[in-house]
Write a protein that binds this ligand. Structure first.
Ligand code: MSP
Length: 538
């Protein structure tokens, strides 16, 4: 699949977004999952040398946030300010999320533009006044169709429940403003047809196509029973529906109606990363709103599956929420970032399990990868006083490693950078790590070291150079996933300053054999991934 991204140094940035999260509570593992994915994707594209824009933020209006604040006895603005500053932003810093901007929907730069956008739709005749009555789920902030509801049991016997939140829906009856969504079905279907990659994965695409084929209803885009939102410009008794408000962040944050140059330099997003729970909003409502306003549609909408805990979608409301810091304090930030994308195929549901994380940490990070790095550094120290020797005796085995590295880089670049298939990309990189381990086991440098002849020394030098140079490439490839340990590996290889900073390395160059100069000083730094029983607090 070709990259739909158009990012390059001079033209439009490769623009990636996460959902903006509700601030009714502190972030949990599910939120971290999508955000880490966005961070890895954008770090990868930056390493390609592209200009990149990575946006995340918070969704602060609507009934869900309002009710939480009321229950805590504070104003919704105070509640949001506190949570954003004390919980959300610090967590993203802790997880090394390198977002370029953080948008809050209560900011004036957003609310002013939302009013303009909606006014524009009104002026174009896309919005009309009407009435609606139906079941509403505050958890989803969405009217449900009666057919979607499930019958309650136990304490909820006799009630109708939201299929996602398993909580009773409320019957809402309101005079609202409506967007003529029903008129966009054919154009949306034509767009899905002409752009097969628009919705990823395939299962998500099929779901959306079937949904739209059944016919769309007009969308209520205002609410009048509470006032925590952006006022409708022509009728101050209403606030704009929280989902319309929220979706527009992707435009307002990059200068919609404010700074034309900035806007054209980023918009539309190349990739909207979302969870599959909010697929219809992104793949149906959002493109229809853009069409109605004559704006370009995003490149791709990529939905991740649900992180499950005990078979349930992890969330705060069903008490399965896990705090990311519980995990990072035990395994470290790098292992946390890596695990989420390593263990679960992006797009599929997957179970989070502490045991699985511990097992993979030990076998893949500590044993396969960490040990390789420390063994190589130790041998260069022991046999060459820590100075990387030159490879002068390349043979069949070395050429196999060179070829394999070139293929690994191309494959990882396609999987991660183009296809957003992180698991397959990581797999490719770790297959290469395994291959280098196998190469060392077969070449037995510790035996070759006993041969003092010039041929023996040349052979030993070649083996160790091959291993160290392979690690140089691995540090570049794993840098988007595990920035901290990759940097430490980079420094231990003496690559900086000999080769320049890791941050400046390009994916394309990772596979070019021989970039690590002979003569570099290799040091045995701290172990990259300490055994779990050796970690403080383990
Ligand atoms: N505010 C809306 C999004 C507006 S975007 C214009 C919202 N917020 S949310 O706080 O509920 O976050 C939803 C997103 O968090 C999901 O779409 C998904 O990306 C992520 N996840 C939350 N729980 C998750 C799991 N258990 N598993 C995977 N992702 C999860 O919806």
């Amino acid at each position: 699949m070709a990259a739909s991204g158009s990012g390059n140094q001079s033209g439009k940035a490769f623009y990636v977004t996460t959902p903006i999260y509700y601030v009714n509570d502190a972030p949990h593992l599910g939120h971290a999952y999508t955000t880490v994915a966005g961070d890895v994707l954008t770090r990868w594209h930056r390493q390609r040398g592209e200009r990149v824009w990575f946006l995340t933020g918070t969704d602060e209006h609507g009934q869900k946030v309002l009710r939480t604040a009321e229950a805590k006895g504070v104003s919704p603005q105070e509640w949001c300010d506190k949570l954003v500053e004390e919980a959300w932003k610090p967590l993203w810093r802790h997880l090394e999320i390198a977002n370029d901007d953080f948008i809050r929907t209560t900011e004036k730069r957003h609310t002013d533009r939302v009013r303009e956008f909606v006014q524009d739709l009104y002026d174009k005749g896309e919005i009309y006044q009407g009435g609606y009555e139906g079941p509403y789920c505050v958890g989803c902030e969405e009217y449900k169709l009666p057919g979607e509801l499930i019958a309650g049991e136990g304490e909820h016997a006799g009630e109708q429940l939201c299929p996602i939140h398993k909580r009773p829906v409320e019957i809402l009856k309101e005079e609202n403003y409506f967007f003529k969504l029903s008129e966009y079905g054919d154009r949306l279907l034509a767009h899905y047809e002409a752009n097969p990659d628009f919705i990823q994965p395939e299962s998500a695409r099929n779901e959306v196509v079937n949904f739209v084929r059944q016919g769309l209803q007009d969308l209520s885009i205002s609410r009048s029973t509470f006032d925590w939102g952006v006022p409708v410009p022509w009728d101050g008794r209403h606030v704009i529906y929280v989902w319309v408000d929220a979706l527009l962040n992707y435009a307002t944050a990059v200068g919609y109606n404010q700074n034309q140059d900035t806007f054209e330099g980023s918009f539309p997003a190349d990739v909207h990363l979302i969870g599959k729970d909010i697929l219809r909003f992104h793949a149906v409502i959002w493109p229809a709103l853009l069409m109605a306003n004559g704006l370009r549609l995003p490149g791709r909408i990529v939905a991740n599956g649900w992180l499950l805990v005990g078979g349930e979608k992890m969330s705060k409301s069903n008490l399965t929420g896990i705090s990311p810091r519980d995990i990072t304090s035990h395994f470290g930030v790098d292992a946390f970032r890596w695990y989420l994308l390593r263990a679960i195929a992006y797009g599929q549901d997957g179970s989070f399990s502490w045991e699985d994380l511990a097992a993979r940490y030990t076998s893949e990070l500590a044993n396969d990868y960490g040990n390789l790095a420390s063994r190589v550094a130790a041998m260069v120290g022991k046999y060459f006083d820590g100075v990387l020797p030159e490879a002068t005796a390349d043979g069949e085995a070395e050429r196999a490693v060179h070829d394999s590295l070139a293929k690994t880089v191309a494959e990882a670049d396609r999987k991660i950078g183009d296809d957003v298939e992180f698991q397959a990309g990581i797999q490719t990189i770790f297959d290469f790590v395994k291959q280098v381990n196998g190469y060392i086991s077969e070449q037995e440098p510790w035996k070759v070291a006993k041969d003092d002849s010039p041929e023996g020394r040349a052979r030993l030098a070649t083996i160790l150079y091959t291993a160290a140079e392979s690690l140089r490439a691995v540090a570049v490839l794993l840098n988007p996933f595990m920035p901290e340990s990759s940097q430490r590996l980079w420094e231990s290889l003496g690559a900086e300053p000999a080769l320049g900073a890791l941050a400046g390395q390009r994916v394309q160059d990772a596979g070019e054999w021989g970039r690590l100069p002979a003569g570099s000083t290799i040091t045995k730094g701290a172990v990259l991934f300490p055994r779990l029983e050796d970690k403080p607090g383990a």
